[in-house]
Design a protein around this ligand. Structure first.
Ligand SMILES: C[S@@+](CC[C@H](N)C(=O)[O-])C[C@H]1O[C@@H](n2cnc3c(N)ncnc32)[C@H](O)[C@@H]1O
Length: 350
């Protein structure tokens, strides 16, 4: 079942004007380039391309369907937009391939898009019965069914507890293992039934839909979301020129903590506390632009219910990162078919 509405009708970009205001000083320079690491349906990118007519945007997404839709939406901007099928921790590789040494802005609007939630067959939603998939990149990787049918009970319980903060994680894991001993789980509806049966009736009435936390946890595991984000934030900071800005919108506390810690590492002196004078090499290389995490105000909430849980943080690069603070280079995630789309919706294989 697919939704035929154009991208601009399917998703309202969260805190768009605030993102534009935060990025504006960095994007003012002639020839400025921004990476939208979570292109989705291109709402934020459209806002940037419209507000800053000299800026070019490189839009990354691991979801080929999102690239397709955003490419169509952004076609009027021609060569000012390039879409790339990539996981966002591969930002350095993408920029190297495009011959761009540094960018002036990075925007990350984390999590799933309305597109992914609305496309029933992709299995992100607990509201309708569908195959247990939940992959953002439907071209590769393990599905939610693979996780549920192969992980050990204790690993399932840990994932539900840590990624979903699900109080009844051990019971749900036990019941999943008992159910799959009869037949492998295949449908979201089967999982929802197991979750309902695992949570005592009195507790089912509080904290939203009883399957919400388990679905969030499985989605995070299937897509390796936190591991990827831990690599991606420092790599994105490294991609910024001096004066460049990064804006990140997170929707749950585990993601926001990763962003907060990566920003704090750059905004704090790395000198031992007892040194009388901080050596130049140990002064901060980032400046926090927001005070803590910003939340949506009532006007935004009325416009966009998805903004209810947003935590927005922004930082500006003050100077190059000293060598002792550089991120350790782990192998970034790579798409199986690196494909680019331009504003004209052109696709090439790299
Ligand atoms: C919340 S949506 C972005 C919506 C977008 N800002 C807009 O206005 O339309 C998040 C998007 O990021 C993508 N995404 C999530 N994790 C990713 C990752 N690790 N690498 C690349 N894209 C990712 C998802 O596929 C989804 O399309």
């Amino acid at each position: 079942m697919s939704d035929e509405r154009p991208a601009d009708e399917r998703h309202v970009p969260v805190l768009l004007q605030r993102c534009l205001d935060l990025l504006a000083p960095a994007l003012a320079a002639e020839g400025a380039v921004m990476v939208d690491s979570t292109l989705g349906m291109g709402g934020h990118t459209e806002g940037v391309l419209t507000a800053f007519p000299h800026v070019r945007v490189i839009g990354l997404d691991r979801d080929t369907q999102a690239l397709e839709l955003a490419g169509r939406r952004l076609a009027p901007f021609g060569d000012r937009f390039v879409g790339v099928h990539a996981v966002y921790d591969a930002i350095r590789d993408v920029l190297d391939e495009l011959g761009i040494p540094a960018v002036q802005g990075v925007l990350m609007d984390l999590g799933v898009s309305s597109l992914q939630l609305d496309e029933v067959d992709r299995g992100f939603s607990y509201a309708q019965d569908a195959p247990l998939d939940m992959r953002m990149d439907a071209t590769r990787g393990r599905t939610a069914a693979d996780v549920l049918n192969t992980y050990e009970e204790r690993d399932l319980a840990r994932i539900l507890r840590v990624y979903g903060e699900e109080r009844f994680a051990p019971r749900i894991a036990r019941n999943v293992v008992a159910a799959r001993a009869k037949a492998p789980l295949q449908r979201t509806g089967e999982l929802v039934d197991i979750i309902r049966a695992s949570i005592p009736a009195a507790n089912r009435k509080v904290g939203g839909h009883p399957a919400k936390r388990t679905f969030q946890a499985l989605r995070i595991e299937v897509n390796g979301e936190l591991v990827t984000l831990e690599r991606a934030v420092p790599e994105s900071i490294e991609a910024l020129s001096v004066g460049g800005r990064i804006v990140v919108e997170a929707y749950q506390s585990l993601e926001d903590r990763i962003v907060k810690q990566a920003f704090a590492a750059g905004a704090t002196t790395s000198a031992p506390p007892d040194l009388p004078v901080v050596p130049e090499t140990h002064t901060p290389y980032l400046r926090l632009v927001t005070r803590g995490a910003e939340e949506a105000d009532d006007a935004e909430l009325a416009l966009n219910p998805r903004s209810a849980s947003v935590r927005l943080r922004a930082a500006e690069r003050l100077r190059p990162t000293p060598s002792h603070m550089l991120p350790r280079t782990n192998e970034p995630s790579r798409p199986t078919q690196p494909a680019r789309t331009s504003g004209k919706n052109r696709r090439r294989t790299a």
